[in-house]
Design a protein around this ligand. Structure first.
Ligand code: MV4
Length: 676
């Protein structure tokens, strides 16, 4: 085995590879760009070499710089991860020429699978099933139309050099063929510099089923069963699972044998994936082969109990495959979801920013735990525009698909991400969706289920606002009481010592900004021990029935109009993220200073501290009569003095602070009751 491994990648796959290498006792070398100097993958490795600027072509795609880093650190092997140089024939060759093991297939195998039509010709010879069609050299339009007529419509015209869905045209009728061909050729020429096409029968409701294969340098080949990756969005996989729902043992064996035949045909070594497209009746056809470890490899690890990165390293070191075909078993069901910093409501636009909060809940990292997270970023890291905005992969395992699905729903709901937008709520809707739940899978699922997966954004629900207001009240009570010193919270957020124990009617209002920046007010009213929550004119009865332990994170259970709601409120500065029912709702507090000035202008005279600060002077005592607008108290906050005025005529019922006291944002300072 090697002593030192260089990982020519970043993010979660670099961390994933480092975890196995460390467990195997290897020394690891990270490479990093300017943008990644403090990245998690750098911390995960024993050594790190800077290789250039943030753009991939200036760093992670620089074969020469990476090879130099390997020489400089004495690395005997390079793991390319996925993306970047992982399927680069020239890089694989350069590693071999430099006497460094490329943890991947031989350069010739990468080349053989690189061209679509050449690969199809090879596969045909090897007896691997292909979609009925034409993939020959003759590109005469009349000839191709004749082929399409013979195949039967609809047909699909595909660019031979294409991939990932680019350069494809569906043709429904013979008379539309010529025009579609011309347009496909134009796109292929401009996108790939090669206008050759192939024609296939168009499959209407295809599933994407792929087989994980492995080969060693001793001529051993095997497969590790299938993954179903049908749930995609514009050729980006969203959910992957293993085994494929509905797969029979016979078909699994047939697909496994076909995949092994494909690998054999190109002299494959290492980890590879043979992609098939499958019809609803189970017939399957070769699509392409990915000559690398794939993003979704963990679901295969979960159902086989094998560490595929360890397998890769052993094979690259010349060892035989760690197991034989008949030793491999498939147990349970695994599902992977890709957690992205993106906004599903805005066409999945990447969400660039800082991961202020990043918590996954109870789980294992890079392990075979029932809930596993493979992540590449930490709390406080930023998602930049330079790289894929994936935050992590969540992988769960269950005895069967229903158990795995339930675990995934739960694990997604346990995730806490704040600071940017994510697809977590979308993934939960997908997991809960009827079509997914019943495994009615095909590559069109997300489009077909669009209305259920993208519900119209409504107003913020009352339970969310009640949770937010209660959490704020609680945070104020926390700092305003003697128990603050011991770190304990009052057992009930209503039961705080800043005046709320006093009998009678009290009100506290909270100003928020909604997603569109419009201010609105939430009121909490206490009248003789009974509580109500109000937004606009309607009031609802509110009870606090749950416990919380942390002032920056309120876990609350409320009863609103008789219905229980359990949620969590995270606060970072002015931004509140409220987690309820698996959805994250973002609310912004109305700016306190601006708000205080608004009030000073109309002598509104709020009796609460407009911001955290110190009491300078108190002008009244218990029992004093006051007139609306009288100055009652002066506090200092943000290097300015603020005078608190009486909001109405009345009698001072209680003064809660003395000069010198620190007060928190929103703390009630003085209680005034109506004059007798
Ligand atoms: C097809 C097809 C239907 N019929 N070929 C899309 C990307 C490329 N790798 C192959 N693709 C397809 N080829 C025939 N004859 C439908 C697709 C396809 C697809 C395939 C796999 C996963 C997702 C897909 C999404 C849309 C279309």
């Amino acid at each position: 085995m090697f002593e030192t491994l260089l990982i020519a990648n970043r993010g979660e796959i670099a961390c994933r590879v480092a975890a196995t290498a460390r467990r195997m006792g290897l020394r690891t070398v990270a490479v990093y760009s300017d943008a990644d100097a403090h990245a998690r993958h750098v911390a995960a490795c024993d050594m790190a070499v800077h290789i250039g600027g943030p753009e991939p072509r200036n760093s992670y795609l620089r074969a020469e710089a990476i090879l130099a880093a390997a020489r400089q650190t004495g690395a005997q092997a390079i793991h390319p991860g996925y993306g970047f140089l992982s399927e680069n024939e020239a890089f694989a060759r350069a590693c071999a020429d430099a006497g460094i093991a490329f943890v991947g297939p031989p350069a010739d195998a990468i080349a053989a699978m690189g061209s679509k039509s050449a690969a199809k010709a090879l596969m045909e010879k090897a007896g691997v099933p292909l979609v009925p069609g034409y993939h020959g050299e003759n590109q005469d339009p009349a000839f191709l139309r004749g082929q399409a007529d013979a195949i039967g419509y609809p047909v699909l015209i595909k660019a031979s050099a294409g991939g990932g869905g680019k350069g494809m045209r569906v043709v429904a009728r013979s008379q539309d063929f010529d025009e579609a061909l011309a347009s496909c050729k134009r796109e292929a020429a401009s996108s790939f510099g090669d206008d050759r096409v192939l024609i296939e029968r168009y499959l209407q409701k295809p599933r994407h089923i792929e087989i994980q294969v492995f080969a060693d340098t001793h001529g051993n080949y095997l497969h590790l069963f299938e993954r179903d990756c049908s749930v995609q969005r514009r050729h980006q996989k969203v959910i992957e699972e293993a085994p494929a729902p509905g797969m029979t043992e016979e078909r699994r064996q047939a697909m496994g044998e076909a995949a092994v035949a494909a690998a054999r045909a190109v002299g494959y070594v290492g980890a590879g994936t043979v992609e098939f497209i499958a019809e609803p009746d189970g017939r399957f056809y070769f699509m392409e082969m990915n000559t690398r470890l794939q993003v979704e490899h963990p679901v295969t690890e979960m159902i086989t109990g094998q560490d595929l990165v360890e397998w890769q390293l052993r094979v690259a070191a010349g060892e035989p495959l760690p197991a034989s075909q008949h030793q491999l078993t498939l147990t349970g069901h695994a599902i992977e979801a890709r957690i992205y910093a993106e906004n599903p409501e805005k066409g999945f636009l990447p969400s660039i920013g800082t991961l202020d909060t990043l918590e996954f809940g109870p789980h294992g990292e890079f392990t075979l735990a029932d809930v596993r997270v493979d992540g590449g970023v930490r709390q406080g890291d930023t998602i930049t525009p330079y790289y894929d905005p994936m935050i992590a992969k969540l992988i769960v395992r269950g005895r069967d698909r229903q158990e795995a699905r339930a675990r995934m729903l739960r694990a997604l709901g346990d995730m806490r991400v704040a600071g940017l937008q994510t697809n977590i709520a979308f993934l939960r809707r997908l997991m809960a969706d009827q079509a997914f739940a019943t495994a009615d899978l095909d590559t069109g699922l997300i489009e077909r289920r669009h209305d259920a997966l993208f519900p119209a954004a409504g107003a913020l629900p009352d339970p969310v606002l009640a949770l937010a207001a209660t959490a704020l009240l609680q945070a104020q009570g926390y700092a305003g009481t003697a128990t603050a010193a011991s770190g304990a919270l009052p057992s009930d957020p209503w039961d705080v010592s800043d005046g709320w124990r006093v009998a009678g009617r009290h009100e506290r209002s909270f100003e928020f900004l909604d997603q569109d920046g419009a201010p609105f007010t939430i009121r909490l009213l206490r009248d003789e021990g009974a509580w109500t929550y109000g937004r606009n004119e309607t009031m609802q009865t509110l009870e606090w029935i749950g416990e919380s332990t942390d002032p920056s994170r309120a876990r609350l259970r409320l009863r609103l109009d008789g219905r229980d709601h359990t949620g969590e409120v995270l606060r970072r500065g002015e931004v509140l993220t409220i987690y309820l029912g698996g959805e994250a709702h973002v609310l912004r507090l109305h700016d306190a200073v601006a708000h205080a000035q608004d009030e000073a202008g109309d002598h509104g005279g709020s009796l609460t501290a407009p911001m955290p600060g110190k009491i300078i002077s108190v002008a009244v005592r218990q029992g004093d009569s006051v007139k609306s607008g009288d100055a009652l108290l002066v506090m200092e906050a943000m290097k300015m003095e603020h005078t608190i005025h009486a909001p109405k005529d009345g009698v001072v019922e209680e003064v809660f602070y003395q000069p010198g006291d620190q007060v928190v944002d929103g703390a009630q300072l003085i209680a005034i009751k109506d004059a007798p």
